[in-house]
Design a protein around this ligand. Structure first.
Ligand code: UD1
Ligand code: UDP
Length: 368
């Protein structure tokens, strides 16, 4: 029997593929794993393999960083070789990163069916590289697994045939619920001397926030102006953001001047980061996935973006879109306990999304 090829490449992919792999192993559905190597630092990749018990990939493409064209093309060239060697029934990709697009495009050109997990999310902002990746991946996909009804609506609006769309729920939440016991055992609060609800968690890595030093400078300036002196901002720093700061002397000076307010650490593993998020007073972020986790933990999520592809986190969750200039009013409302609460956990965010996906794929694989 042919095998399903599962692709992962960067941090936000690992918590999405882990439950699918676990379920495929449980039911005995044959698969092989390809790691493109888009992220390669220990704390951006390896740590998730060990914490989330992801097996050693059959192929490590080791593509690393590069411009969009270089990275996407390198993944395509390397992945095509894999698909030429293997008997592959279907390629499963997750999320919206360059690896997602590169591998779905390569498979579709070889007439191998593509399944996209987290299909149909749209920010309607084509200046985001992820939006292009989402639209193009969905357009070459044969199985579009969605995590919310709004994603189905987006796909139907774009003319995707209804029979290709499967509302299965959220695989990231599968990981969160499955690993809750380890998350609760994390010692990160005591090792970092942090007290529950007495710190803010910060993650910023979107090019629109961090690539232009003036924009990043202004974000930090507003943040420092409005956060109280005795309050810790805890910032596990993404390598893209770290590189930008290291290249800019004025940013470093500003950060040194306010070093008592902000604490930078290396990117964190899954358990420690989840524990910090769950116990934070708020999270200031531009992440995609963190919005969903903040909803689950009912933690205020100030999203430093003009739009989100995850509107469900605004309508049912704790996410508000904000700009740096509004940080004063945002922080006041958080400190006053006036932030909105999670209305309800979205339908099918129940820890069983991977089960639904694998059941559907099992029927497909049997036909090959
Ligand atoms: C990528 C995804 C983005 C996702 C983010 C999650 C694309 C277009 N972007 O953005 O959607 O939200 O991952 O974290 O796919 N770097 C390292 N070590 C690493 C990885 C990256 O130092 O292990 C540095 C390199 O200088 C690299 C830069 O970070 O050039 C950006 O990495 P890249 O994978 O191109 O994009 P991200 O910003 O990480
Ligand atoms: N995350 C993590 N450690 C960190 C920062 C984030 O484990 O230091 C997790 C986070 O909880 C979520 C995922 O990484 O599960 C989101 O990845 P990221 O924000 O890099 O990507 P995005 O979702 O924006 O594409």
């Amino acid at each position: 029997m042919k095998q399903i090829c599962i692709v992962a490449g960067a941090r936000p992919n690992f918590m999405k593929v882990a439950p699918i792999i676990r379920e495929m192993e449980r039911v005995g559905l044959p698969y092989y794993l390809v790691n493109t190597g888009q992220h390669y630092d220990k704390n951006m990749a390896e740590i998730f393999f060990s914490e989330l018990a992801i097996p050693e990939p059959k192929y490590n493409l080791g593509v690393g960083s590069g411009s969009h064209a270089v990275q996407t093309a390198s993944i395509m060239v390397a992945f095509e070789k894999v698909l030429m060697e293997e008997e592959t029934s279907l390629v499963l990709v997750v999320g919206d990163i360059n690896s997602t697009l590169a591998c779905s495009l390569t498979a579709s050109k070889l007439h191998i069916p593509v399944a996209h997990v987290e299909a149909g999310l749209r920010s309607l902002d084509r200046s985001m590289p992820e939006e292009i990746n989402r639209i193009l991946t969905d357009s070459v996909s044969d199985f579009l697994f969605t995590h919310s009804p709004e994603a189905d609506v987006n796909l139907l609006r774009e003319g995707v045939a209804e029979e290709k769309i499967f509302f299965v729920g959220n695989v990231m939440i599968d990981s969160l619920t499955f690993h809750l016991p380890e998350i609760e055992k994390s010692q990160i609060l005591s090792t970092e001397a942090l007290e529950r609800k007495k710190y803010g968690l910060v993650t910023l890595h979107r090019p629109s926030n961090v690539d232009d030093p003036l924009v990043l400078y202004s974000i930090f300036e507003h943040l420092f102006k409005h956060s109280p002196d005795d309050f810790v901002l805890f910032f596990p720093i993404h390598p893209r953001t770290r590189n930008r700061i290291e290249a800019h002397a004025e940013l470093q000076t500003l950060l040194k001047e306010h070093s008592q307010k902000i604490r930078f650490v290396e990117p964190l593993g899954y358990y420690d980061f989840q524990c910090l998020l769950k116990n934070a007073l708020f999270v200031l972020s531009d992440s995609g996935g963190v919005q969903e986790e903040a909803l689950m933990y009912d933690v205020p999520c100030a999203l430093l973006r003009e739009n989100t592809e995850r509107n469900v986190c605004v309508t049912l969750g704790t996410t508000e879109l904000i700009s740096a200039t509004r940080l004063g009013e945002i922080l006041s409302s958080i400190f006053a306990g006036e932030w909105k609460k999670t209305v309800r956990i979205p339908e099918l965010w129940d820890g069983k999304a991977a089960e639904r996906i694998v059941e559907i794929l099992g029927n497909v694989n049997a036909k090959f």
